[in-house]
Design a protein around this ligand. Structure first.
Ligand code: 6PG
Length: 241
């Protein structure tokens, strides 16, 4: 598998390029487009751009929004990935609430996880027994985690469940995360990674260095879909290409 590596000078240009890719994918989609979003801070630039430059031209009615992971907090909590997306995107576009499938982080994690699995199973097309998201947007932590699959829980990469409850290794915060097999079923899997703090992990993963198998993001290899990296110059700074 040779991933597509896209490198741009700045985070703004990464966001611009990814927005263009999303627009292309959604426009070319025959019907409903199931997009699993990443959380954290990196997506904010992208969401602001989509809410601005694409507010009218993006066929929002085709998109159903999901998350690769969500923190087990209420939607108005500062850590909520839904809350961040609502602030930077949903509050500024005409997205039908019926198209937004958030993890109900305000519930106990077991209930939220089971409910999200049911929501995915009822709405996302299935292949080989797994949901196939049209676009799986992923970030990566400095420790090489992706979604909420952290290095101390590599078994989540091989779970037979669509989602599992994860725990942030430092904060102890519980999360609901898609598992490795669910991530790898997607038609188009794309990492959006910026910043110098990510450069060593990006080098290890893309150059498949010895030891990279300890990094969850290194196990993101779509079964049939495409894998792409959208990086800024800082995150790509250690790559030999
Ligand atoms: C989350 C994310 C997580 C994130 C990385 C990178 O819920 O935190 O889904 O996987 O993408 O931690 O986060 P930053 O974009 O903040 O560096």
């Amino acid at each position: 598998m040779n991933p597509e590596i896209n490198i741009y000078p700045t985070p703004d240009e990464v966001a611009d390029a990814f927005a263009r890719k999303v627009y292309e994918l959604v426009r070319n989609a025959a019907g409903t487009f199931h997009w699993a979003l990443s959380g954290g801070s990196t997506p904010k630039l992208l969401f602001d751009l989509l809410a601005g430059n694409y507010a009218t031209q993006m066929p929002w009615h085709k998109i159903h929004f999901w998350w690769g992971d969500e923190r087990c907090v209420p939607p108005d909590h500062p850590d909520s990935n839904y809350g961040m997306t609502n602030q930077h995107l949903f509050s500024k576009i005409s997205a039908d609430p019926g198209q937004i499938h958030r993890v109900r982080g305000e519930l106990d994690p077991e209930t939220a996880c089971a409910e999200y699995i049911r929501e995915i199973s009822d709405n996302v097309p299935v292949q080989n027994g797994w949901p196939v998201f049209d676009l799986m947007m992923l970030g990566m932590g400095d420790d090489g985690h992706t979604a909420s699959i952290f290095p101390d829980r590599l078994e989540l990469l091989h779970s037979g469940q669509i989602c599992e409850i994860a725990v942030h290794p430092q904060s102890g915060q519980k999360r609901v995360s898609l598992t490795g097999k669910a991530l790898n079923q997607a038609a188009y899997v794309s990492f959006l990674v910026t910043g110098k703090s990510k450069s060593a992990r990006i080098r290890q993963i893309i150059q498949q260095e010895h030891g990279s198998s300890a990094l969850p993001a290194a196990h993101i290899r779509p079964v049939e879909g495409k894998l792409a990296f959208f990086l800024d110059r800082e995150a790509a700074g250690e790559l030999r290409i």
